[in-house]
Write a protein that binds this ligand. Structure first.
Ligand SMILES: C[S@@+](CC[C@H](N)C(=O)[O-])C[C@H]1O[C@@H](n2cnc3c(N)ncnc32)[C@H](O)[C@@H]1O
Length: 293
């Protein structure tokens, strides 16, 4: 039985910022983050004019399946929704949730390392989605990832990517410092194109166009969370888990400050202040898969 940080045979070492694929705290955090983000963006596919026209959807690095399950619930006309993730325990949680909601006939989840290949036929999906991939995709992985996304998408289908910034404008100096360490570690690990919080989001429109997508469009959402709201409470919960789950990554990248425990406590205290507020940005970039030559 491998220890949590050992890579089982035939499995590539994880590039995800939380290396331990069975980390339960990360599983819980992802469920909180999913609902927070989907609500902040006004739904699962807010920018698509007619989501009912999609028949088959793929979600890459789907986490515990919240986005895909909500998509199935919102659009009953979508017949097949498939999620892939590298973590067996995350996929098990996603399957359990789909079953509990009576959606298992339409929603399926598979363990796959999407950095190797997407194990689906060419032109199979109408929409291929990827949310928060910068947490495991390095800058040099994007060309192959975009080419695989387009391969499994039918010509004219949608390749869709959602990213956030890593450090949002807020009124807690401790949170700002924590986020700066995070940006530095992401950059050191090759996940950012430059040491800037929205570096991946800013590159996405150009990346999609450069690697073959047609009619690339983008949209920015700018949610604000204020103390006393359920969104601010959910955000605090997210950060409460994140300061633990991200610690080994910050340490590995040499970005763990000596006062990390004190800093984390200060962040959580600030997020409880009645004056706390944060104003972030979320970016959707999408384009059409081209005809194959
Ligand atoms: C930040 S989470 C985002 C989850 C989900 N997309 C969401 O937005 O709620 C990133 C997910 O990517 C998964 N992941 C990491 N490396 C992966 C890989 N090589 N192939 C597939 N999934 C991967 C992680 O296990 C994790 O569930």
């Amino acid at each position: 039985m491998p220890t949590p940080f050992e890579t089982p045979p035939n499995e590539q070492p994880s590039t995800y910022v939380v290396q331990d694929r069975s980390n339960q705290q990360e599983l819980e955090r992802l469920q909180i983050q999913d609902q927070l983000v989907t609500t902040a963006m006004g739904g699962v596919l807010p920018e698509q004019a007619d989501p009912e026209k999609f028949r088959r959807i793929l979600d890459i690095g789907c986490g515990p399946g919240g986005w895909l399950i909500e998509t199935a619930r919102t659009y009953p006309g979508i017949s097949t929704l498939v999620g892939v993730d590298a973590s067996q325990s995350i996929i098990t949680a996603a399957r359990t949730k789909a079953q509990a909601q009576g959606l298992a006939a339409r929603v399926e989840f598979h363990v796959q390392d999407a950095l190797r290949m997407l194990e689906f036929p060419t032109s199979y999906f109408d929409l291929v989605n990827l949310r928060f991939g910068q947490s495991w995709i390095r800058t040099w992985d994007w060309p192959r990832m975009l080419s695989e996304m387009q391969r499994v998408c039918r010509p004219g289908g949608i390749v869709r990517i959602v990213e956030g910034e890593l450090a949002a404008e807020n009124n807690s100096p401790a949170l700002t410092r924590f986020c700066q360490h995070m940006v530095e570690a992401f950059f050191q690990a090759g996940h950012l194109f430059s040491q800037e919080s929205a570096s991946v989001a800013n590159h996405l429109p150009d990346l999609l166009s450069r690697y073959g997508c047609l009619h690339v469009q983008s949209h920015k959402y700018s949610p604000e969370f204020r103390a006393g709201t359920s969104a601010a409470e959910a955000y605090r919960e997210d950060i409460r888990f994140l300061v633990y789950t991200l610690r080994p990554f910050l340490q590995k990248r040499g970005c763990l400050p000596a006062d990390y425990e004190t800093l984390s406590q200060q962040v959580l205290a600030d997020l409880k202040e009645p004056t706390f507020q944060i104003h972030g940005h979320l970016f959707i970039v999408w384009g059409q898969a081209p005809e194959r030559g």
